[in-house]
Design a protein around this ligand. Structure first.
Ligand code: UDP
Ligand code: MG
Length: 313
């Protein structure tokens, strides 16, 4: 099978028939073999009955329904598990992403050798203040921290080699950082394609301004977990040791100066409080690193790495 299209959706009943018809039109024009996986993230409207009808009418349309609303990341993750196509394309269900981009995205993965290609909504049709400006800032920070040169990390329209999506787990709200997850998993060829963006035709947006706060917290944790998740002691231990060591030097200095001038009260000196704080902070950090090491050691994924090739085994 050439292409799997994975579509997470939450209360998008009006858009689905139009979206599926459009995707089918593009696929048939290009002669691709394909499947459309609609993941209903616990919709409370008529989305699931619509999916049932669509899947009866077309065998290439498949559905997954969640018991309740778990979020876009969970929906993508479940869709990824089911996807069988060589190229996997994700898009939003609200008709803001255009299926006309599919042939070019597929070509970049299947022929130009990209591991993943992210859409870039260069001209955006969302309200400027609440989305576009924070999103520019958000993308700039993510770009700097992850060193992946993308303009639009959170674009719903993306394409992947099948093995990329089978190698990553999208949890929490990490759908914003799939390029970062892919990079940590060792996939280096990450490309970008300017895609057409359209105004939302039906329904309402499912994400408010909280997305930016949560987004930055997620970025902090993803960068930390990616670098130190399997060796927390290297992070906490080094800072802890540095703090403790400086505190120790200060204490030695204070003790010596007490011998030199026994009249001078230690508790009147700022260095005393600094030394105390550093010693305590240092040992705390060290302990946190130690606890982290114990947790990492007990994690079933402590040895999760990807073997790319084997010879004679
Ligand atoms: N979505 C989802 N679960 C959620 C929220 C959103 O599956 O909890 C889907 C939604 O139906 C849409 C896509 O994720 O297909 C993007 O959401 P939306 O269009 O609301 O985001 P925006 O375009 O406003 O950033
Ligand atoms: Mg949208």
């Amino acid at each position: 099978m050439n292409i799997s299209v994975v579509i997470p959706l939450f209360n998008e009943e009006e858009s689905l028939p139009e979206l599926c018809a459009w995707i089918q039109k593009v696929m048939d024009e290009n002669g691709f073999s394909y499947e459309i996986i609609l993941v209903d993230d616990g919709s409370s409207d008529g989305s699931w009955p619509v999916i049932e009808q669509l899947s009866i009418a077309y065998s290439c349309i498949k559905g997954i329904k969640f018991q309740r609303n778990y979020g876009k990341s969970a929906a993508l993750n479940e869709g990824f598990k089911a996807a069988k196509g060589e190229v996997v394309i994700t898009m939003d269900a609200d008709l803001q992403d255009s299926p006309d981009e599919i042939p070019e995205l597929r070509k970049m993965i299947a022929e130009d050798g990209y591991d993943m290609v992210s859409g870039w909504k260069k001209k955006r049709y969302d309200s400027t203040l609440t989305k576009n400006i924070p999103s520019k800032f958000f993308n700039a920070v993510t770009r700097r921290m992850s060193k992946i040169p993308l303009h639009d990390f959170n674009c719903g329209l993306k394409a992947y080699k099948n093995k990329v999506i089978k190698s990553i787990e999208v949890y929490g709200e990490m759908h914003r950082y799939i390029p970062v997850l892919a990079k940590w998993a060792g996939f280096k060829k990450i490309g970008e394609k300017i895609v057409e963006h359209r105004p939302r035709k039906y329904g309402v947006t499912k994400f408010g301004w909280e997305r930016f706060i949560n987004g930055f917290l997620d970025l902090a944790s993803i960068m930390f977990v990616g670098r130190f998740g399997k060796r927390p002691m290297h992070f906490f231990g080094s800072w802890g040791t540095a703090c403790f060591f400086i505190g120790l030097l200060l204490s030695i200095y204070l003790i010596i100066s007490k011998f030199v001038d026994p009249e001078y009260a230690l508790t009147n000196r700022p260095a005393f409080f600094l030394a105390l704080t550093l010693l305590l902070l240092g040992s705390q950090l060290f302990l946190v690193g130690f606890m982290g090491e114990l947790i990492a050691r007990n994690s079933p994924e402590r040895n999760s790495y990807l073997v790319e090739k084997k010879l004679g085994i």
